[in-house]
Design a protein around this ligand. Sequence first.
Ligand SMILES: Nc1ncnc2c1ncn2[C@@H]1O[C@H](COP(=O)(O)OP(=O)(O)O)[C@@H](O)[C@H]1O
Ligand SMILES: [Mg+2]
Length: 367
Amino acid sequence: MFPPNSTLGIIGGGQLGRMSAIAAARLGFRTHIFSNVSCAPASQVANETTVGSYDNPEAIDRFAKAVDVITFEFENISADGLDRLASLKPVHPSGEILRTSQDRIIEKSFLNQHGIPTTSWLPIYNINDALRAGDTLSFPFLLKTTRLGYDGKGQAIVHNTDELNKIFNTLDPHPLIAEKIVNFNCEISVMVARNKLGQVTTFDVTENQHKNGILDLSFAPARIDIDLQKEAKTLAIHIANSLKLIGILGIEMFIADNGQILINEIAPRPHNSGHWTLDACPINQFEMHVRAVMGLPLPNAIRHSDAVMKNLIGPQGMRVWDSILSTQGLIGHLYGKKIAKSGRKMGHVTKLYPLHTLPGKYGSEYF
Ligand SMILES: Nc1ncnc2c1ncn2[C@@H]1O[C@H](COP(=O)(O)OP(=O)(O)O)[C@@H](O)[C@H]1O
Ligand SMILES: [Mg+2]
């Protein structure tokens, strides 16, 4: 267990690092951010920042030497960078978990090898593989980059062979992955945390709605059958144990129209769909993450309220900030980003409901 005043190093300076640093400070830890820009959202609330590119060995060494333990909020550090960090200080979650989640082919192979269901998929290394996917998965199917995709970027639906050639050449970097389209009733996610002692805890299942490939609304708890909620949590625990996770993991899942739960992807860090826990749980996802990384105990992830979370995205999101501030019952969070570019996550807002009173699916205005 790292004692109070130990320094947690966080790779990446975005909002997930910012909220992790705030949680760490509350537990009496110091934080040190590694970011490729100065004044990043996380740096604004941390003790120190090392500014440098994520593949600069000299900057990585300087950062690692100044901290006691390292975690990340940003997933795209190079394998070499990770190895270098791990040779200097403990890194949680491990580089191996990060490598698994960085690559959709490795990720889905890992899940399937551990008996965890996903949609049908094929690795696409060349155009012949892509043409075969049309036969095997049948049109339309999804073509995605295996690496560096986020918020729906780096993927496209392929409707026919003509489109296939174009999309194959546009998506970058290669290799690609072809996925069968899941007809889903809803998308859910589970945040699961695990520490070195093997203590595991899961937050309640979240229901997620996306707009233009970006998370728009999260509902907690998900308005699905209690048995499905239990099954989703059991799957999450199985994944965390299989990965020997130390830290927190966000797991995105589909509930297919036949009722089957399929895993979409995993992210070994706090997750946007877990932001509701900041306001609706005594211990939120960021604190649970920090506890796991610092070797602290992991009490059960209890929810004291139901919650709806809405992302504030780009200039439109910022336009409603004043009205959020003047509306009773809305809890606003801003991330300290200077320019409200289209598609950029600027903040979020949470509305709480007493336990078991979350409005049902239809006909409700949430905000
Ligand atoms: N195989 C699929 N079938 C149906 N919808 C999908 C599939 N894969 C992705 N999607 C939709 O696209 C969204 C973004 O895809 P995802 O693989 O999670 O990439 P990202 O890394 O951008 O979050 C998902 O949340 C889901 O709404
Ligand atoms: Mg996703």
